[in-house]
Design a protein around this ligand. Structure first.
Ligand code: ATP
Length: 478
């Protein structure tokens, strides 16, 4: 783990964002719990995505399908046969790797700027993976002279035979039940229900936020690769001829959404998918610059009619639609699929800063986009006596129905500010002796620590204008 990730993991735990799951029993690999501030941030991200999809588009509706699913769904969708990763072990270090990731990371390091060379290798790798030509892949590993990247010993090239491993979690004592590895199938299986009950016409979309489960054997990057994670997926059903148009449309739309988060334009790049999943015919990844380099954050795919056709074949239900002009067709699907936990990590990664102050001291601050911050504002008394605490509580009680705010009086004001900086609270309002005289408070900004004096009556409107989601949703419409 690099030093920044260590800092991130420790900050996330100390300040109630992320805890290792089953912590008191020693934790479990690649499973985490969200703490008191983590859940607020996560809920705010969900709200932003959900409203962007289902409020701003009158032809997109949301559903919430079950996590436990019938095994026949996964037989039809191809996941039982195809949702497999090729794994390899190192005999010396006893570390296990996904073969494609081992090779990709290696060539990215060795041939950093030589895109031609990298591309050639990736094309060969993907061809061999598709054909399941394991002898060529081991040849490639030997030709490239790949050694174990974690083991310090460069001679650790003692690789075992490779084997395919299905990533789905089967429920052992319940016949026919799987934990879903993607939320998308819940959408496909409800296509007819939603279409009939909403009477929507193509093109229209169905959005869903929910847990997915993959038995990731190789998971060493905090929230990036989890075994239990959440996806925010939208399947957009279209007339087949419009495939390219809507594919481009959703790539642009999704990129614009990410850029509104203000994490930095250079932190993103679009990469055409070279190793397409079995269901996809076109695919692009929106990659984010994580502390370990650019990696997939969101995938946009054309799944064509692959899934609906498979379900039609297996169930005899009709997915054919009629466009009223004698055209009958099974709709194509453009999918946007974003990992909530990966986005959470991207936001924390870009927001966590250690700053040097003018007085030589340091402060740790989480510069989370204000409309996503777990706590929008803190109301703080300068001291607990002389009636200041009572005024603080009164302001808190009046305002708590509108926004997620807190009041705190357990430390000196300097320490209270530091704590709010560390959890990313964009605004602090301080009640002091002047408040008793003229009903004003100090408003302090998290990012530049500047302060101004405002009337108590203005607090609500200030919180809304500086941290409200509405402003950012309006920008998305422009
Ligand atoms: P990767 O190649 O990184 O394994 P993928 O191509 O298998 O990802 P998809 O099946 O396209 O991912 O899933 C859509 C999104 O779900 C991804 O872009 C990612 O943000 C998220 N995701 C997938 N697997 C995981 C995981 N194990 N942990 C956290 N998020 C994940």
């Amino acid at each position: 783990m690099n030093n920044f990730i260590k800092f991130l993991v420790s900050h996330s735990k100390s300040y109630g964002f992320i805890f290792p799951s089953s912590d008191i029993y020693g934790g479990i690999n690649a499973i985490y719990d969200y703490g008191q501030y983590g859940i607020e941030l996560k809920n705010n991200i969900k709200e932003f995505w959900w409203k962007s999809m289902t409020y701003l588009n009158d032809n997109i509706v949301g559903i919430d399908s079950s996590i436990l699913t019938h095994s026949d769904i996964w037989k039809s969708s191809g996941h039982i046969d195809e949702f497999k990763e090729l794994l390899i072990d190192n005999k010396n270090s006893k570390k296990r790797y996904r073969v494609n990731i081992l090779i990709e990371n290696y060539i990215n390091k060795i041939f950093y700027n030589n895109h031609n060379k990298k591309n050639k290798i990736l094309i060969r790798l993907n061809k061999s993976l598709k054909k399941k030509d394991l002898s060529d892949i081991i040849k490639l590993i030997n030709e490239l002279d790949i050694y174990d990247p974690i083991s310090k010993n460069k001679k650790d090239k003692y690789w075992t035979n490779m084997h395919f491993f299905n990533m789905m979690f089967e429920i052992k004592n319940s016949k026919n039940l799987f934990l879903r590895p993607e939320t998308a199938q819940g959408i496909f299986c409800n296509f007819i229900n939603v279409q009939k009950s909403s009477r929507m016409k193509i093109p229209f979309g169905i959005a869903q936020i929910g847990k997915s489960f993959r038995n990731e054997i190789v998971a060493r990057q905090f929230l990036f690769r989890l075994r239990e994670f959440e996806q925010m997926e939208m399947q957009f059903f279209i007339y087949p001829k419009d495939e390219k148009k809507w594919y481009k449309y959703w790539i642009n739309k999704r990129l614009k959404w990410h850029l509104l988060l203000n994490l930095g334009k250079n932190q993103y790049r679009l990469i055409n998918h070279k190793n397409l999943a079995h269901y996809a015919t076109l695919g692009v990844d929106i990659e984010f610059n994580f502390p370990f380099g650019f990696r997939e954050l969101e995938g946009i795919h054309s799944r064509r009619d692959f899934d609906l056709k498979q379900h039609e074949l297996s169930t005899n239900k009709k997915f054919i639609v009629n466009d009223g002009k004698k055209n009958k067709y099974i709709p194509y699907v453009i999918e946007t699929s974003l990992g909530l936990d990966r986005l959470f990590m991207a936001i924390l990664t870009s927001s966590l800063k250690e700053e040097k102050l003018k007085n030589g001291k340091k402060r740790i601050v989480l510069k989370i986009p204000p409309y996503l911050s777990p706590v929008k504002a803190a109301i703080l008394p300068l001291v607990k006596k002389d009636g200041l605490l009572e005024i603080t509580k009164k302001i808190f009680n009046n305002e708590k129905v509108n926004h997620k705010i807190i009041y705190d009086c357990k430390d000196s004001i300097g320490k209270l500010y530091r704590k709010q900086d560390a959890i990313g609270t964009p605004l602090c309002f301080t009640v002091d002796y002047e408040t008793i005289e003229n009903n004003t408070v100090t408003m302090r900004y998290r990012d530049n620590m500047l302060q101004e004096r405002i009337h108590i009556k203005e607090i609500s409107q200030k919180i809304e204008s500086k941290t409200g989601l509405k402003n950012i949703l309006e920008k998305l419409l422009k």
